[in-house]
Design a protein around this ligand. Structure first.
Ligand code: S3P
Length: 178
């Protein structure tokens, strides 16, 4: 199969973006990329280390630079983004212009249950603040989304199937030419 455009997965921490991107990529034989891992590799530091050293601001600068770099590459990829990618208008514009955006909608309780290692998420503190951050960001995810999957009560395999069906219907994933 072939991916004709980039597909960005957005949604709150713990929505399953990386796993779903990977599963869809495997089942279609296309490439996927986890933006946070990519950032960690290119900076030689973990996300918590970047936050510790330069604060959220430093991380956001790297995140925007990385998004711009990925948008400038040829060929489609399934890209899972960090949960805060939609915070800046600049990033939202890059996402809208750069491909198809899939929003995996999750509530904070379910997200908390899915995140096993909270120490790897500097912005996931307690459940109350996660709930308000999740509510604050939801309209921003929706602003950029071409397609939203309600993930509540579904397993990641079903969510991946739903995404794959949508991408095929829209001609974003198609049979390779020639
Ligand atoms: C963040 C989410 C994280 C990571 C960073 C900030 C956020 O990614 O980018 O810790 O602001 O929501 P995940 O959504 O993959 O956990």
């Amino acid at each position: 199969m072939e991916l004709v455009r980039n597909v960005f997965f957005v949604g709150f921490m713990g929505a399953g973006k990386s796993t779903v991107a990977r599963k869809v990529a495997r089942s279609c034989g296309v490439a996927s990329l986890d933006m946070d891992k990519y950032i960690e590799r290119s900076c030689g530091r973990t996300i918590p280390e970047i936050f510790d050293e330069g604060g959220e601001e430093a991380f956001r600068r790297i995140e925007t630079d990385t998004l711009r770099e990925l948008c400038g590459k040829d060929g489609g990829m399934l890209i899972s983004c960090g949960g805060g990618i939609v915070k800046s208008e600049e990033n939202r514009q890059l996402l809208r212009d750069g491909g198809v955006v899939v929003h995996l909608m999750v509530d904070a309780d379910e997200a908390a249950a899915r995140i096993s290692d909270k120490s790897s998420r500097p912005l996931f503190n307690d459940i109350e603040s996660a709930c308000s951050l999740c509510a604050e960001r939801r309209p921003l995810y929706e602003e950029v989304a071409d397609f939203t999957v309600f993930t509540g009560g579904k397993d990641l395999r079903d969510i991946s199937r739903e995404v794959r069906r949508y991408l095929s219907q829209e001609g974003v994933i198609c049979q390779q030419q020639g």
